[in-house]
Write a protein that binds this ligand. Sequence first.
Ligand code: NDP
Ligand code: OXD
Length: 311
Amino acid sequence: MRCVLVSKSLDLRGYLGPQFIRAADRIEIISHPHEGPATDVRLAVAWHPPDDAFERYPNLQAVCSIGAGVDNILACPSLRPDVDVIRVVDPAQAQMMSGFVAWHVIGHQRRFATYQAQQREQRWQRLGLRRAQDVPVGILGFGEIGRRVAADLALLGFPVMAWSRTAKPAPQGVRGFHGAAGLDAMLGQTEVLVNLLPLTPETKGILNRKTFARMYRGGYLIQVGRGEHLVEADLLAALEDGQLAGAALDVFAAEPLAPRHPFWRHPRIVVTPHDACEVSVEAIGATFRATAEAIRAGRRPPHSIDRERGY
Ligand code: NDP
Ligand code: OXD
């Protein structure tokens, strides 16, 4: 079997490393674009594939993402509807994301940004303490990563709510919400909003003026989903009028963030370069091998996403 590596933004061969190539049992790994026949390519590993990438591979059966998200693969116009798309599930990634989110939730609760500003002015002023149980957190997305984030924040003492498309059992200390009515109910009790949704036609633009207006005044946004979830002008307006006190943004509609983008210099926005967490190369390798095994056995690969749902 041949597997093609496809990306317009990343040198996948270098990223995955020689160990990945060596561990690819009886699979020849080639990089797109390449010379020679492509009919024996049945598997691809992709990240931001070019639009015409999959046109060359009529017998392609599965495309593995190198991350949790698959939106960049689904957006590729040359991906046939019958090809399986596989995400990575990596508990270590969820744990890393949980630390990133906790950092920002606590940063808001403990007013770190104000203390940093005070330090620059050498000002000694205590601002008063808020208890974790007085800072309710609402999480959009209650999946592989959202569940871990929710459980860990609950252990830290925050009242945690989490929203999903379908009803889900919630771990101790977490209240689950679902559907449109559930979103409205959750937002009405939310001070810190964490976005951990996949990007789909339904979730695009969900972080907008109406969403912010439903939250507690002086709330905080932690945006770690995808850039297209956010209506950027609505965030700037919500910060301007005080509906939101601040925002931590890790993902952007255009990455890297343009040099003159207003987010860079906004005093109440923290920018990180899509670096909240990552899947390990080991987890990508395990996903890849399980996918190849399933193809050989004529089974649907584990962690295939639902093409209809988009995640
Ligand atoms: P999952 O697919 O495991 O979970 C997705 C969750 O979102 C599910 O709970 C699902 O509901 C819910 N959901 C999807 N669509 C809707 C909708 N229309 N309405 C309400 N809820 C919805 O994803 P992960 O937890 O693994 O990852 C989530 C996203 O986080 C990724 O897709 C990616 O965009 C982003 N991410 C960002 C990273 C970064 O570095 N910034 C790193 C990793 C991921 P249900 O349970 O009912 O299906
Ligand atoms: C992602 C990831 O989907 O890093 O952003 O896994």
